[in-house]
Design a protein around this ligand. Sequence first.
Ligand SMILES: CC(C)(COP(=O)(O)OP(=O)(O)OC[C@H]1O[C@@H](n2cnc3c(N)ncnc32)[C@H](O)[C@@H]1OP(=O)(O)O)[C@@H](O)C(=O)NCCC(=O)NCCS
Length: 437
Amino acid sequence: MKIKDKFAEKVPEWRERVRKLVKDYGDVKVDEVTISQVYGGMRNIKSLVTDISYVDPNEGIRFRGYTIPEVLEKLPKPPGAKYPYVGGLYYLLLIGEIPTEEDALEVEQEWKERNDVPEYVCGVINRMPDDTHPIPQFSQGILALQRNSKFAKRYQEGMNRDEYWEPMLEDSLDLTAKVTSIAACIYRHKYKGDEAPPPDPNLDYGANFAHMVGIPTKEYEELSRLYFLLHSDHESGNVSAHTAHLVASALSDIYFSFSAAMNGLAGPLHGLANQESLRWLMDVLEKFNGVPSKEELEGFAWDTLNSGLVIPGYGHGVLRKTDPRFSTLLEFGKQYMPDDKLFKLANLVYDVVPQVLMEQGKAKDPWPNVDAISGVLQYHYGVKEFDFYTVLFGIGRLLGVSANIVWARALGQPLERPKSLTTQMLEEIAIQAKEPA
Ligand SMILES: CC(C)(COP(=O)(O)OP(=O)(O)OC[C@H]1O[C@@H](n2cnc3c(N)ncnc32)[C@H](O)[C@@H]1OP(=O)(O)O)[C@@H](O)C(=O)NCCC(=O)NCCS
């Protein structure tokens, strides 16, 4: 397997680089922590490391050093397509280099050889009560595959820690290969009352998803590739990535880790925001019987804020400018659905809401994040079931978190275990700090 060999080639230099940094500079301070940060969700404390992606507050995400436009330009694409192979993105995340077409196709081929999902997995999902949200079904489906974990098996047999990454990479390739079929099984059973067809060996990863979910058009294939790429990684501190990292740090395998990550993604302040955002847009359309005027929309946004609610899809824990993932999807919309009512509304919201949030003066980031538009594009192509959007986010997110976990094992990252204090201890620290010397 070429990707495994390539990864193996990279490991010794990275191990040496990290070993040297920690040995020679281990006691150099990276950050200081304030009481507000301890009580404030650890916001901005520099305490995680990943080389796979970095979110600059003003520029947004870079994958392995490349901005989204660069990634879209440089990665190999299927013949005639505008958006790249998902396999090429996975290669970039794992290896850190732009793949050749052959490299991208090799990952796509690995996925084709691993994408069979045992029948019982869909059985587990389908037997859950009809009113179950698709995220518990997704999380459950992933856990149902855990018995196949090669990492867990090798660990039981006794494995040298230098080898941990190998079965972790195997598991990651297996799960990334199968996850689109699990999602399609949920979608087709829950919303269409039938079964997803098996993957088509002639289609790439994104196109196969479009095929299984039942929207086999060129445009939806393009959107699927783009969607998974954009949602793949957003450095390590976000809830889903951090959850996966934390769980895997206990040497739990990728099935346990990713399933846990999906439970975090299900929260309204994280992945659920995309469905909340579309619901908010629908409420606007309903209230005004179509796209409102700028003034009407402004009033609606204020009503939302005055009733103590957030405007979903706006704001971010790290970003301080328009999320480039939002801009990329906006471009997609401009090209493929400029006259779509919801798309027009999302554009108008982009015009109005940042000003309103700035005037209110609470949100540190008044600009849109990816969730402000992602649902609009799905809705246009017929995926109108809001609850499903977080699953789509999850498929993409697996690419990033699994690449991170494989690297965490390759670099021997230890069990994560920060220290907690009591409020009294913090009060004492506060008093000491304020006392005159
Ligand atoms: C993403 C989010 C959770 C970031 O949280 P954060 O880092 O705590 O954000 P801030 O530091 O800017 O929050 C400061 C205040 O502004 C408010 N605020 C932030 N974004 C807001 C929004 N979109 N609408 C209204 N108020 C918002 C916060 O609720 C907070 O209010 P409080 O002081 O009364 O508690 C937050 O912006 C939010 O809730 N956005 C809407 C949901 C969303 O789009 N989530 C997806 C993120 S990818």
